[in-house]
Design a protein around this ligand. Structure first.
Ligand code: NAP
Ligand code: MG
Length: 451
């Protein structure tokens, strides 16, 4: 391990110095018109669209994402790039009514070299969210993909090169967290870190970011997101939506609806339908287009998920379906439903990151809002109800960065995304998504009293 760590640090040093050179005020990148930057990124979108099949398959080989889900994300990824490309020439400052005789304005400038550390669950989507936003702002970047998923970042970097992005602007270093990741978070020439992954590593990154220089930090971390089903919900929509919210991508989603609170009046009926739905999900080879659920990312995560299921049983939750590994090769887990889960059980408190639905009972909205908020996480939340007052009260009081009503997971590049509390720092997406990659300079010009 030791020589490898040394090697990756040297790689990061090389990559950062290439990114620093490409950020020089006289570099080809810095001299490019903002509109030309947008055109380059649109060309990149064309290439990602051209290579949809290849990228989708590569993502699936990398992390086991079922091909149908990959194809859905391919479409949204292209739209995402075009949205971010459109922001490149909309970065503008203000004129400022400063007291006295002067003319004062603000100039927004790219922050510098950005270190972008990616997770394994959505490698292409995360690459686009971070890299294309940084490039739209005019920054240069060094990307460190997750160890499990080294491939798609390389393919995307090759497409950025083909689109005409100058050498040194985008650098990819495949290496481990301790080694490549830490070299990046401690590098004096890196101005900003954007990270998606676990809270545990997020905390390390925030500390590291203040050790050598003062790096700006954006963190998109995990969640334990509450989804509330009220008595008046349409179960024909709520049951499948709640299932997709926790089973999609094998449950490996930061926004997974992993605390499902169901009101007492419909609890038994809901649980029965949820179990039936889970039993009908097809698990298997992710390349098969009829498959709903593929394998967990690796043996470590498989063991972690099975460990949580055992803990759920031991704590007294009612296991109604699933709970076991499927077969002996591949890391497949049965879609699992626990009912009668209590707030203090481990499966109701910790992020499982697997296909495990935990159902809890509640009586009143007042009660469930406090229970939903009784966590250090705050990424997403949902509610199913036909009562507008209940929906709005919940949306107002739940502590989460994204709230979904009568649906789950509706988001896109146009909408800000990120967490309250330990679920993160800052937001990605939305009109202001380039701001964390920019510095604001206030320029005041003194005017003569008389002319
Ligand atoms: P992780 O350790 O947080 O990894 C995310 C990224 O950070 C990877 O590129 C990782 O490199 C890197 N990293 C690790 N330690 C680092 C350090 N000290 N400094 C800089 N970079 C570092 O996530 P994981 O271990 O793969 O998964 C663990 C848990 O995280 C999951 O069970 C899940 O709960 C959560 N998670 C959340 C998300 C999300 O979307 N919010 C995504 C993935 C995982 P390596 O790949 O080499 O470790
Ligand atoms: Mg890891």
């Amino acid at each position: 391990m030791a020589p490898e760590i040394k090697y990756t640090k040297a790689d990061v040093d090389l990559a950062v110095s290439a990114a620093k050179a490409a950020f020089h005020r006289n570099s080809e990148w810095r001299l490019l018109d903002a509109s030309a930057r947008g055109r380059l990124l649109n060309k990149f979108a064309d290439l990602v669209q051209r290579d949809t099949k290849y990228l989708t398959e590569l993502e699936s080989y990398n992390n086991g994402m079922v091909v149908n889900l990959g194809l859905y994300f391919s479409e949204t990824n292209v739209k995402s790039i075009r949205y971010l490309a459109s922001l490149a020439d909309k970065i503008q400052g203000d004129t400022v009514p400063l007291d006295g005789d002067n003319f004062t304005f603000t100039l927004k400038q790219p922050v510098g070299v950005c270190g972008l550390i990616l997770p394994w669950n959505f490698p292409i989507l995360m690459f686009i969210n971070k890299v294309v936003t940084a490039l739209a702002a005019g920054c240069t970047v060094v990307v460190k993909p997750a160890e499990q998923t080294p491939l798609t970042a390389l393919a995307l970097a090759a497409l950025l090169k083909e689109a005409g992005v100058p050498a040194g602007v985008v650098n990819v270093v495949n290496g481990y967290g301790p080694g490549a990741g830490t070299a990046l978070t401690h590098h004096p020439d890196v101005a900003k870190i954007s990270f998606t992954g676990s809270v545990e590593v997020g905390k390390l990154i925030q500390q590291a970011a203040g050790k050598v220089n003062l790096k700006r930090v954006t963190l998109e971390l995990g969640g334990k997101s509450p989804l509330i089903i009220m008595n008046d919900a349409d179960l024909n929509v709520a049951v499948p939506t709640a299932a997709f919210g926790v089973f999609s991508h094998q449950g490996q989603m930061c926004v997974a609806a992993s605390r499902l609170y169901v009101q007492s009046g419909i609890y038994d009926k809901f649980v029965e339908k949820a179990v039936e739905f889970a039993k009908n999900r097809k698990v298997g080879n992710p390349a098969d287009t009829t498959v709903d659920q593929g394998p967990q990312i690796d043996s470590e995560m498989l063991e972690k998920v099975l460990g949580y299921i055992e803990k759920g049983k031991k704590d007294g939750a009612k296991l109604l379906t699933g709970g076991k590994r499927i077969g002996k090769s591949g890391f497949y887990v049965e879609p699992t439903v626990f009912a009668d889960v209590k707030d203090d059980m481990t499966i109701a408190k910790e992020e499982i990151f697997g296909p495990v639905q935990s159902i809890l009972k509640f009586d009143t909205l007042e009660e469930v809002i406090d229970r939903a908020n009784n966590t250090s996480y705050g990424l997403a939340a949902g509610i199913f109800t036909t009562n507008i007052n209940n929906a709005l009260q919940y949306a107002k009081h739940v502590e989460a960065g994204n709230v979904w009503v009568n649906g789950y997971g509706m988001t896109g590049q146009q909408s800000p995304f990120g967490g309250y509390k330990d679920s993160g720092v800052g937001r990605e997406g939305g009109l202001n998504c380039v701001d964390p990659y920019l510095e604001v300079k206030a320029i005041a010009i003194s005017l003569p009293k008389k002319f």
